[in-house]
Design a protein around this ligand. Sequence first.
Ligand SMILES: CC(C)(COP(=O)(O)OP(=O)(O)OC[C@H]1O[C@@H](n2cnc3c(N)ncnc32)[C@H](O)[C@@H]1OP(=O)(O)O)[C@@H](O)C(=O)NCCC(=O)NCCS
Length: 154
Amino acid sequence: MTIRPATETDASALVALTGQLGYPVGDREFSQRLTRLLQRPDSSVWVAETIDGSVVGWIHAFVRPSLESESSTEIGGLIVSNTARRQGIGRLLVGRVFDWAEEQRTPIVTVRCNVVRGDGQAFYEALSFSPVKVQQVWRRSSRRSEPAARQSLP
Ligand SMILES: CC(C)(COP(=O)(O)OP(=O)(O)OC[C@H]1O[C@@H](n2cnc3c(N)ncnc32)[C@H](O)[C@@H]1OP(=O)(O)O)[C@@H](O)C(=O)NCCC(=O)NCCS
């Protein structure tokens, strides 16, 4: 198994994995997002590739700047193919993020994990992450003119 930086040519493999997580997204839009992320110095994406060249996992990390506390490295997304789980691939991907966090001089690695994702919680616990708080996520459309009652968000 190789962990290597993602490139734009990985987009279709990553979009297929992302669909497994219940985030259906069009190929074109996903490609554009990936390209934008790959251009940012404060963000990185890596993939797990098998010896036969199949991409079976990805992880995205970025530096979250903060005024109130030290900047931290945050895991923005992590998916291992449901055909390749429990083989240590998630652990390898997170390990790569720890190396990057050191390069970025951020002493803390954070991940926000939806409470409905039991796999994720068991996984991060096994990797010695500790839950620090439970938050509620609020959102609304950024279009001020849109009446609140009619806002429909994905
Ligand atoms: C969470 C996820 C990334 C784990 O990837 P993985 O490659 O299967 O994880 P690993 O094989 O490296 O597991 C490392 C350890 O984590 C723990 N673990 C992983 N998945 C687990 C599960 N479903 N239940 C209980 N423990 C689990 C185990 O202790 C495991 O070690 P072991 O297999 O030697 O017992 C994968 O299940 C996944 O993609 N899930 C859907 C997406 C998701 O939840 N992402 C995380 C939220 S951001």
